[in-house]
Design a protein around this ligand. Structure first.
Ligand code: UD1
Ligand code: MG
Length: 404
């Protein structure tokens, strides 16, 4: 009926309006307070520029706060009808909302701590795990459904569904760890961190809009509430992080983004689809594994190397002696060379110079040196094409594996 449609549209409209407001606040606030960050010693040097100026770091904390404030102010809106009539208050939905906010808020704090303190690798794995605990607790209380539907081709062996029990919680925790770190390690050129996050969030938004007409519309409406202010505040950040960057987003932004995507995926029951939007991040992660786990030496920064003369970015290398890597490292190099996915050089003394294993370097290997802004655009195009692929997998192809 008309009244129900209105009840359904009203909170989305309010959320949309508030998000637009948050965008304008963001683009006014960032230039005003970026110098405070430099004063507080929160800055980085843009390694791909000639100037060597100080660029304020961790500005993601500003847009992250605006994103959270927008949602805090929005909390009562979807529940107005219940507040005044006092019957059948949907406590579980309310709890989900609060837990989602708690997890994202916690991640913002931990991400900022990482920017200020420059934490070690193992902490980067621990932080998102901790931040996802409130969410997993609510999941346990509200659904505790750990059943997964088995893809059709595997049903003769496993049956229609399998109860993953505690492993499902492990999976959800790992999803948070993956989403946060995967964005953070596909980074190092202006606009890439925010750009990729925006492509992912807009893909999730599109998916939510498509699914609003389905049976699970409530979960997608919930996700929409988070995506709209996330997109608007991040667009504000992109305006200043785009080449040539006036601000850096920091690990704060990467963690906050990853956590937001994990949260809506988990609460909205579409975590597999969320992962589908991470194809470039998954590839970058798999390619990075040898360096992340130190089978191959990993320098502090793996971003491409700037050539002052041509003003273009080139492949960055990791240099080591052949004697210093173990059996697994040698095996990995052998396989990667056979697959033609690395650029490799060895001199007479056995000193090896090999590209850092990142998707950014891989693109540079295949296409050749590029201007920084073109490189960002190329990588974002890859992200967009991957999202198209994700939709093809999710819709036409999924019917091969599931009854959709
Ligand atoms: C991750 C990557 C690292 C990459 C770095 C770049 C892994 C394991 N880690 O580390 O290889 O070098 O991100 O963000 O893959 N910077 C620029 N231009 C940019 C963005 C960043 O020069 O457009 C530099 C600045 O000096 C900035 C610093 O990178 O201060 C930020 O690095 P940080 O986010 O602290 O690095 P990690 O996330 O630890
Ligand atoms: Mg980072």
């Amino acid at each position: 009926s008309n009244k129900d449609t209105w009840k359904f549209i009203f909170p989305i409209l309010i959320n949309f309006t508030m998000s637009i407001g948050a965008y304008f606040l963001a683009i006014r606030l960032i230039p005003k307070i970026k110098n405070m960050f430099i004063k507080a010693n929160l800055y980085g040097i843009d390694m791909n520029k000639k100037s060597g100026d100080k660029v304020p770091e961790a500005l993601g904390v500003v847009t992250g706060c605006l994103f959270l404030i927008t949602l805090f102010l929005f909390i009562p809106i979807p529940f107005t009808n219940y507040i005044f009539s006092d019957i059948n208050f949907p406590h579980s939905e309310f709890m989900e909302f609060l837990a989602a906010l708690l997890s994202i808020c916690c991640m913002l704090l931990l991400g900022f701590a990482d920017d200020v303190l420059d934490l070690r690798w193992r902490h980067k794995l621990l932080l998102p795990t901790i931040a996802s605990l409130p969410l997993l607790m609510v999941y346990y209380i509200n659904f505790n459904s750990t059943l997964i539907i088995v893809p059709k081709p595997l049903r003769p062996w496993f049956g229609f569904s399998v109860d993953l029990w505690i492993f499902y919680y492990l999976y959800m925790g790992m999803l948070a760890v993956f989403c946060t770190n995967a964005i953070n390690i596909l980074a190092g050129i202006n606009g890439l961190e925010v750009g990729q996050s925006l492509v992912i969030s807009m893909s999730i938004l599109l998916f939510n809009i498509i699914e609003l007409s389905g049976d699970l519309w409530k979960a997608h409406q919930f996700s929409l509430y988070f995506m709209l202010p996330y997109i608007s505040t991040s667009l504000g950040l992109l305006k200043f992080n785009w080449y040539p960057a006036q601000v850096f987003v920091g690990d704060t932004f990467c963690y906050l983004s990853g956590m937001t995507f994990a949260v809506v995926g988990i609460i909205g029951h579409f975590s597999k689809t969320t992962l589908l939007f991470f194809i470039p991040q998954i590839i970058n992660f798999l390619y990075s594994v040898p360096q992340l786990f130190h089978f191959i030496p990993c320098p502090r920064h793996r971003l491409p190397k700037y050539n002052k003369v041509t003003d273009k970015l080139e492949i960055s290398n990791t240099v080591f002696n052949k004697k210093d890597i173990g059996f697994i490292g040698k095996l990995i190099i052998w396989i990667f060379r056979k697959l033609y996915i690395i650029k490799w050089q060895e001199d007479k003394e056995g000193v090896i110079s090999c590209n850092n294993f990142t998707l950014i370097n891989f693109v540079l290997i295949k296409i050749g040196p590029m201007k920084e802004s073109s490189l960002t655009v190329t990588l974002l195009l890859i992200q967009v094409v991957s999202s198209l692929l994700a939709f093809i997998i999710r819709y036409p192809l999924a019917s091969i594996f599931y009854d959709v």
